[in-house]
Write a protein that binds this ligand. Structure first.
Ligand SMILES: NC(=O)c1ccc[n+]([C@@H]2O[C@H](COP(=O)([O-])OP(=O)(O)OC[C@H]3O[C@@H](n4cnc5c(N)ncnc54)[C@H](O)[C@@H]3O)[C@@H](O)[C@H]2O)c1
Length: 258
């Protein structure tokens, strides 16, 4: 098959959670540009609808639905809405993240709240969407983790800034989602579902100058991630071009950990 056909997402129904966020918007854009019908879902429907309308005005097939992944009924409602409006699900990008904990010394209740959304809720939505994909004949799940799920924090990046110590919950649940990826790749194989994860490095978001200096000098490509960086790997994993990539975690950090 021609590689352009292998990478083509025409006719694929794709769900991206947190599609109005930093990486989420780029993921939605890349998958829609490759021809997919993309549904973005998060708690704030109005925000999602704005993003979707903007994409549709540029000629892409993007829609918004609502979900709170920490609420089981909300996850089931999303599943029913996708079935009702789109009939099937071929690709699920498990991208949402909540950041309720700020720093090492924050109250332990913040850690528990993080687990409610980023561990329990994340598991709930990936299992329900996996079931829907199974009913649809199979597909591809892409879990978005982070380089912080693979390595400890490099505290020297924060020297000279007031950014504080990175929160422990993030390192815990980002690491968990990588091994859950391997688990799901085996357990969902009989439903013809491939499961992979992508572990990006930091996204440029106007961080303090000193942080950017500390960070970028450690990255062989010399910068933080931009709007285009994650698109290619998402299309690869979502499409038939990635048909033999399964149970893998792809680090996308500009070479920072080379
Ligand atoms: N931003 C970065 O530099 C960076 C670096 C590496 C990895 N990542 C990963 O990329 C992914 C997206 O991160 P981001 O920085 O773009 O996030 P963001 O904070 O910009 O967006 C997160 C999205 O998740 C949604 N969300 C939060 N709680 C939710 C809930 N209960 N139910 C449903 N949706 C919920 C929010 O509404 C938002 O749309 C995450 O998996 C994160 O770990 C981000």
């Amino acid at each position: 098959m021609n590689v352009k056909d292998l990478l083509n997402l025409d006719g694929k129904i794709i769900l991206v959670t947190g599609g109005a966020g930093l990486y989420g918007k780029c993921i939605v854009e890349g998958l829609a540009e490759a021809g997919g019908t993309v549904i973005t879902a998060s708690r704030n429907l109005e925000n999602g609808q704005k993003v979707a309308a903007d994409f549709r005005s540029r000629g892409y097939d993007v829609y918004a639905l609502k979900v709170d992944q920490a609420d089981h009924d909300s996850v089931l409602t999303l599943k029913e809405e996708i079935k009702k409006h789109f009939g099937r699900l071929d690709v699920f990008v498990n991208n949402s993240v909540a950041r309720p904990m700020k720093g090492y010394d924050a109250p332990i209740e913040n850690f528990a709240e993080s687990m409610r959304v980023n561990a329990t809720g994340m598991m709930d939505i990936v299992r329900e969407m996996g079931n829907l994909m199974g009913e649809s004949g199979g597909g591809s799940i892409i879990n978005i983790s982070s380089m912080m799920g693979m390595y400890g924090p490099d505290l020297s990046n924060y020297e000279g800034t007031d950014m504080g110590t990175p929160s422990p919950d993030y390192f815990f649940h980002r690491a968990g989602i990588i091994n859950l990826t391997r688990y799901l790749a085996r357990v969902l194989a009989d439903k013809k579902i491939r499961v992979n994860s992508v572990s990006p490095g930091g996204f440029f978001n106007h961080q303090p100058e000193r942080f950017l200096e500390n960070y970028c000098k450690k990255v062989p490509v010399g910068r933080m991630a931009n709007n285009d960086d994650i698109k290619g790997v998402m299309v690869l994993l979502a499409s038939d071009a990635g048909a033999y990539i399964n149970g893998e975690n792809i680090l996308m950090d500009g070479g920072m950990h080379a």
